[in-house]
Design a protein around this ligand. Structure first.
Ligand code: ADP
Length: 168
């Protein structure tokens, strides 16, 4: 049984992430979506629990996918869970340098291989950080995230009437 890990901060999960998870689930027996507990970002919009809940909702149709979290080194998590592969989505050249370095480091640390899936062109511009930014200021992100996520963003930022939370 081959198990793959899809790691990320998923703050929040977007249609781009979901596309990569669905495609990974077609190639591996089991997929663990591993949410980084402490993203190295100044602040996260959603808590770890919220990020996991949203992922559970939007992957409910995928029986071989489960959601978990990790802290510390991903390769240690991979060993503990007997995962043979890490799968990452590649959006653009800008992702490549860092992802290549990380893949080589993880291989050196543990022998685990990283597989890259190229993003579907309609999602290549999508990132969680941009979605957060657009939603914060009232932009429409309904075509960029699953409905369950759009609902949460609405609850967090109001009804997209053009007012961000910091505005009067
Ligand atoms: P982000 O960079 O959007 O904050 P994460 O840190 O959660 O996302 O990234 C998790 C993984 O998902 C990474 O491998 C990243 O390259 C991939 N990913 C993120 N957005 C997309 C997308 N739109 N298409 C394909 N892969 C993506």
């Amino acid at each position: 049984m081959a198990t793959a890990l899809c790691p990320g901060s998923f703050d929040p999960v977007t249609n781009g992430h979901l596309d990569i998870i669905e495609r990974t689930a077609r190639h591996f027996d089991n997929v663990i979506v591993a949410v980084i507990r402490n993203p190295q970002k100044s602040e996260s919009l959603f808590t770890l629990e919220e990020r996991q809940e949203m992922l559970r909702e939007v992957t409910a149709h995928l029986p071989n996918v489960r959601i978990d979290f990790f802290k510390g080194l991903l390769v240690d998590y991979a060993k503990e869970h007997d995962a043979q592969a890490i799968v990452k989505g590649l959006r653009a050249l800008s992702d490549f340098d860092y992802e290549l370095q990380m893949a080589q480091m993880n291989e050196r640390l543990s022998g685990i291989d990283t597989f890259f899936i190229s993003t579907s062109p309609q999602y290549s511009f999508l990132s969680s950080s941009l979605v957060r930014e657009v939603a914060r200021f009232g932009g429409d992100v309904t075509n960029m995230v699953p409905p369950a996520v759009s609902k949460r963003l609405n609850e967090r930022f109001g009804d997209r009437s053009g007012k961000g939370e910091d505005q009067p």
